[in-house]
Design a protein around this ligand. Sequence first.
Ligand code: UDP
Length: 239
Amino acid sequence: MTADLRFKRVIYKVSGESLMGEQGFGIDPNMVSKVVQDIVSAQKLGAEIGIVVGGGNIFRGVALAAKGADRVSGDQMGMLATVMNAISLKMAFDALGAPAVVMSGLDLPQVCERFTQRGMIAHRDAGKIVIFAGGTGSPYFTTDTGAALRASEFGAEAILKGTNVDGIYSADPKIDKDAVRYDEITYTDVLNKGLKVMDAAAVSLARDNNIAVLVFSIKQEGGLATILKGEGRFTLVHG
Ligand code: UDP
């Protein structure tokens, strides 16, 4: 039952912040379970979904580096934070009886599988939700770039990026009342206008591999399924 899906194979970028709920830090199990239920409903329409999870609800390397600490060590802590989030997502999938697996860009054999493209394709084709932890596995990157990288390896048509607003604006709509919302925009315009939706490395990797980026509100009515059908409100970034 996939006929009504506009996007069938996707990477969903789940930010760390979307897992912390109102508590301002850490993991809110109710939020995790909401996010996971939404993904399972979308998967039931026939979508193949990989999740790249952030870690900003727990740790960001750049914040520690700003206080004079070593950036690489900070980024390693940030990547480990994404692994914690990935484990919490996996537990929520398990609770629903939905097959899911965590694959990490960092080697943590006691905790989860190491990412390999071959292994990932096998899980994807077996109908499992693949949760990508550890970002790219390298410091100086973000999980948005991890999402563009894994989307390329996953063979995804699109990266779905849920945010606090319903698309990409010319300026922050919460600050500037004249901010204009785009229904569609090219990768190059996102880069040239310096729009703060994803970091430049992520946008250019998506452009190079011709993967659409959809930016929408995490409060979108009908959730992820609506976006996959190409309905609801989102900004489409394309070539
Ligand atoms: N990180 C990294 N390499 C990566 C992905 C992430 O070093 O490929 C680190 C980096 O310190 C980052 C942190 O992990 O700040 C958490 O990721 P991110 O800030 O992207 O999380 P989000 O904002 O999506 O919650």
